[in-house]
Structures are given as C-alpha cells and as structure tokens.
Write a protein that binds this ligand. Structure first.
Ligand code: ARG
Ligand code: ZN
Length: 499
C-alpha cells in the first residue's frame, strides 16, 4: 500500500514491519496496463449501445427487478427481486497466443423470486450474449449501462417461484476499469495463465451474476481447458471429464459463497493434496515454475488453521488451500477455500494468516454492504496479530500500541468511501478497534463475541450494526461511545484514552 507503510517500518520496528507486510495485501498492482484494456472498453461500449427496454413497454414497475441491491457504495452492484441458490458455470477456455484467451459457454442461475418478475437483471460486463432462456423458454435480452443484462422471460415469474436462467455467451473477459483503491477487478488472463481477483464487483467480468455479497450461493464450476493445462477453483475437485476439446474440470463449492470470492486458476499447475488438522483436506495449486518455493512458503498452513480454529471456532468450509501464480500481484485475495497469492505475497506469513482468517471473517460471515468492509479487513489484520501472539511473537497489545502510536489513520473504518475500501485505516484502525473492544470486554467475553458472531451469521451476510448490537448483547451494556469514536470519528482516537 503505497510507500508509507514501508517508511513506517523504520519508525516503529517489528509491529510496523508486520503492518507493512499485511498492508501489502492491499498494495497496488502496477503491472497490468496494456492495450487489451482498450479492446475491453470498446467491447463494453458496444454492449452499452444495445437499446435498453423502454419504460413504456407495458410492464408494471412493481414487477421489474431493480438494477442494484442498493449498496451505498456500488449502486449498480447486484440486482433486486430474486435470491440466487446456485450457479453452474460451464465454460471452455482457449488460450490466446498473443494476449488474453477466450471463454465460451453457459452459466445457469438457479434462483427464487422475491417479488413478481416480469423482468429482472443480472450483472454482466462485456462479452457477447448469444441466447438466454428462463426455465427452458427463450427470453428477450438487452444490455444496459456498463454491467446490466436485462432479461424479460416469456412468462412472468411469480413471487416466491423458483426459476432457472441460462445465459449462453462468449468473448474475451476484461477486468473493470481502475477506481482508486479498487484497482481493476475481474478475470485476469495473459493468454497462458488465468486467475480471478473479483473483489468487489468484478465477478461480472466473466459470468452473469447477482454480483453482491448479500446474495450468497452455491457454485458448480465446469471449466474445459486444452490438454496441458490444469484448473484449480473453489471447493472440491469432483471429476475430470476428458473430451474432444481437452478436459472438463468440475469443482463443487456447495457452501454459500459471495460472488467476489470466486476463483478459477488455469495454467501449468502443480496440484498438491495434504491432510490438515482434524483431517481437513488441504489442497494447493502452484504454478510449476515456482512450485518449490510455494510449497516451502505454505508449509505452515495446517498449523495456521489449527491456531485460528482454536481462537474462532471450527474452520468453516470443507477444504482449504492456496493458489500461487507466477505473477507478482502486489496483493493476495481470500477467494473462498482457495486463497490466491503471487510469489511476492506468499512469502509473507502474516499475509497468509490474513487470507486464511478471511475464511471466517468475510467469507463465512460476509459484509452486508461494501461499507461494512472493515468487518473483513479489520478482523483479518487482528487475526494476524493474534497469530503473532499465539506463536511467540509480539502480543496483540504491543502491536496495537505500536500501530496506534503511528497515528494518521484518519478515515472512519465504518465509512471509508467507495474509492477507499482498502484504505489502511480500514485495515489498521479497524484492527485497533477490535483490540480496544477486547480490552473493554475482557478475553472471555471478547472471544465469545467472535464465536457467537460466526455462529449466528455464518453462511450469511451481516452489517456493522449487527456486530455492534451483538457486542452490546454479549457485554450486557451499551458500547456505542466506543464504536462511534473508533469506527466513525474523522480522526483516530488516542488509544491511551481507551485503556
Ligand atoms: N481483500 C484483500 C485482502 O486480503 C485485498 C484486496 C485488495 N484489492 C484491491 N483492489 N486493492 O486484503
Ligand atoms: Zn484482507
């Protein structure tokens, strides 16, 4: 994250080294400006010129699903009027000899209407849509704006009815445009290797989706690649089906997952399987060029799972592992059950712990809106301090004091603004907030709070207000002064005032 974290390292010693390391998780990628982005933009512009359905097409407004879920930071992310249960992506990927590869296939969206739907939206940015059906019947489809796929089924869907939309499409996916801290989310493909960094709203760059963490769903990922490539994705490898055009790799990810946590890695991969604590299957996917380094770097994964599970409760999913691509990402991402790193970030133990901790905080309990991002990042940073504390390093108190002494975390973690989702204040002031809360509650109540949070909201999305309410419930008293000061004041409070 910019140069500041590195400079700070010299000021406050180890704590800041840890802070700098963890903040590399949100460092900017500088290596991805190329001509392909222009092509992607042109493709999106073409899509946007397709006429949207007019307001006078006879549909009652109350039977039209909204174009966004109402996220305060990303108004067009997600859609209203339905709740997705499961996605099945069935995509064939063709490598590109001089740039990005192509995808072609079908995504099936199985959902339940939460209102009458004469028309509804999915998010899809770029790509060419060939056909859409709803429950097997051809539907009318239009593109609107940057990322709205507008579907009018042959027959309106009743409130409460289950339906399945199938979208057949193809093209060269392009990441979304850069927006401050949010970089260029999406499907990233250099023609020979693919990975996905979709947070916050880039899942729509490669499949039609209700692209918002408030609508979690199960996924089946069927990815066909030519022989000589391997695929790693969320969940469990269920089967590999050889075919004429290569092999279809089928991954089942049945546990509710937010769309920004999807991962598909395609490349020349070494797939490693191990057994973790309590028999948890650990599997990794390493680019073969750096497999040896990656294997060494991730050797403590099982121990990390064990330490975090002791603190927070059982690891929430059926499998875990790391994907390491041969591309300095400048960040890591906690994609569900298969966190992704570059050679730069995998070498940092605190970043590994950070991404693992997100499986509990962010993945199992997801943010209700993007304004709640500190529920992800503050918690994952604090978890890496707890790992230090548990494994003989500095105590969380020492790290919190050192970080607080630096000061300058003057963006309110509970409202950093859409362009500053990954601001260091979200990460570090967010983590110090948890430390202040721990001191206020005592260890017993604090860890009971974290475990209750995971039990109550696991598999769902929850908000900062939900967390504050639960904290007050566990504490048996009002804590709004603490949360107001630490999460909402423009300037960071003085830690010494809160001892
Ligand atoms: N959630 C990632 C983490 O573990 C950070 C992603 C940063 N993304 C970005 N566009 N800056 O911290
Ligand atoms: Zn994080």
């Amino acid at each position: 994250m910019r140069l500041r974290a590195g400079m700070r390292a010299s000021v406050v010693g180890l704590a800041a080294v840890l802070a700098a390391a963890a903040s590399a998780a949100c460092a900017e990628r500088s290596d991805r400006v190329d001509g392909d982005d222009l092509a992607g933009g042109a493709e999106r512009d073409r899509a946007a010129t397709t006429a949207p359905p007019g307001p006078d097409d006879g549909l009652a407004a109350e039977a039209v699903g909204a174009a966004g879920v109402g996220d305060p930071y990303f108004p067009d992310a997600g859609n209203g009027g339905y709740d997705v249960a499961r996605y099945v992506l069935d995509l064939a990927w063709t490598p590109g000899s001089d740039g990005s590869g192509r995808i072609e296939g079908t995504t099936r969206v199985e959902a339940t209407a939460t209102q009458p739907l004469a028309r509804f939206h999915l998010d899809l940015a770029g790509l060419d849509v060939a056909e859409v059906t709803v429950d097997g019947e051809p539907a009318t489809v239009a593109r609107e704006g940057e990322r709205e796929l507008v579907i009018t089924p042959a027959t309106p869907i009743d409130d409460g009815a289950e339906f399945a939309a199938e979208v057949r499409y193809s093209g060269v996916p392009e990441p979304l445009p850069n927006r401050a801290d949010v970089l260029e989310p999406g499907w990233i493909d250099d023609g020979q290797e693919v990975h996905v960094l979709a947070e916050p709203d880039g899942a729509a760059t490669f499949f039609p989706v209700n692209d918002h963490p408030s609508d979690k769903a199960a996924y089946e990922l069927r990815i066909t690649v030519p022989d000589g490539f391997e695929v790693a994705a969320n969940g469990r490898l269920a089967e590999r089906v050889p075919g004429e055009d290569g092999t279809t790799w089928v991954y089942e990810a049945p546990e509710p997952m937010a769309s920004y946590l999807i991962q598909v890695v395609i490349g020349d991969l070494e797939l490693v399987e191990e057994e973790g604590p309590g028999g948890l299957p650990l599997r990794h996917a390493f680019d073969t060029d750096i497999a040896e380094v990656a294997r060494g770097a991730t050797a403590r994964t099982g121990e990390m799972v064990e330490v975090l599970a002791d603190l927070f409760g059982p690891y929430p999913f059926a499998t875990y592992g790391t994907a390491v691509v041969d591309d300095s990402l400048g960040l890591a991402l906690e994609t569900q059950t298969l966190a992704i790193f570059g050679p730069d970030t995998v070498l940092d133990e605190s970043i590994q712990v950070h991404e693992l901790a997100h499986q509990w905080f962010g993945n199992h309990v997801s943010p209700a809106t993007w304004q709640d991002i500190w529920l992800n990042e503050g918690f994952a940073v604090y978890a890496s301090w707890l790992w230090e504390e548990e494994t003989g390093g500095l105590s969380a108190a020492e790290i919190a004091a050192a970080v607080a002494a630096e000061g300058g975390f003057d963006r309110p973690p509970a409202d950093p603004g859409a362009d500053h989702l990954f601001d260091e204040s979200v990460y570090f002031r967010g983590a110090v907030t948890l430390h202040v809360l721990r001191r206020e509650l005592g260890d017993g109540a604090f860890f009971r709070l974290l475990r209750t949070w995971l039990e109550r909201y696991g598999g769902e999305a929850a908000s900062t207000a939900d967390f504050e309410a639960l904290a007050a419930e566990v504490a048996g008293r009002d804590l709004s002064d603490l949360f107001d000061a630490w999460l909402r004041d423009d300037t960071m409070p003085d830690l010494d005032d809160w001892s």
